[in-house]
Design a protein around this ligand. Sequence first.
Ligand code: CA
Length: 364
Amino acid sequence: MKRRNFIKKVGTGALAVGAGLAVKPRRARAAGKHKTYNWKMVTTWPPHFPVLGESADYIAKWVEEMSAGQLKITVYGGGELVPPLQVFDAVSSGTVEMGHGAAYYWAGKHEATQFFAAVPFGLNAQGMNAWIISGGGQELWDELYARFNLKAWPAGNTGVQMGGWFNKEINSIDDLKGLKMRIPGLGGKVLAKAGGNAILVAGGEIYTNLDRGVIDATEWVGPYHDYKMGFYKAAKYYYSPGWHEPGTTLECMVNKQKFEALPKHLQAIIEAACAKSNIWCLSTFEALNEIYLQKLVNEHHVKLRTFPDPVLAKLKVMTKEVLDGMAAKDPFTKKVYDHYMDFKKNHDAWDVISEERYAKLKHL
Ligand code: CA
């Protein structure tokens, strides 16, 4: 009855439109409800790599569970389908639908990617989450990745990393001169400014290179992961803090076109799985690091050291020079840099009266 009244009122022209509207959503709903998707995710990590690779495995597992099997994702370790550093291109081109890694691996595509992973003396895990999730960082990340037909979310975090493994003590900035160290990205550029040699070595080859003296030092992640890598067998001194990676964000990326073609509920499920992975990864590192630091110190007699403040102060000045130089070359990099730094200034001010003040209570 109601429908008849409606037809009378709007006439035939509008009826065609009305009928179309009534049918299309039903078809779309039906397609989204029953179609199953088999996707591939390539990663920068060796297969099932502790925590980092496991984060990718979990995303696939959670997506399949939450979607009741409608979206199945097969995860491939680095080199299984594409080499680790071709993840970005493989997802961008649509060869595969998803990827897992860290945005600073793609500095060669665009230098601004590094702000979405780690900046020396930059935001820690809490700050990175605040900036990306609630401070406008995600919008800038979307803007950058859209150029490459990609979309990415934070999908893990290492927390504050360790400063690295050395076979000599670092007492002054001059001790970094001539040092051959595996340290990627912006940290490597800062080391180079300090007179060191930043060497690029793939994860699987670091131990052998350190053991054979091809490199003098290396950084990696933190006590749990570094223990698994066995670096304590090849270096004596373990330094904190990881000034170069204060809260590295891992990313899960999708091919933007393929993501937008998914039904909305599957899009939401992918985002939810990434958010869960983001907290799972950080929580796991935070839960295990001190246990493994104790093993390193007590069972393997690793000498724990802290970089002297004057060394860190000089590295901080050099970091600003590296970042300013990078921003001066590209307007979009400058836009992200300015946004990140404005956010950090504000976040630091709050941190001083909240986290920093609270942290001091440990020593009462
Ligand atoms: Ca690292």
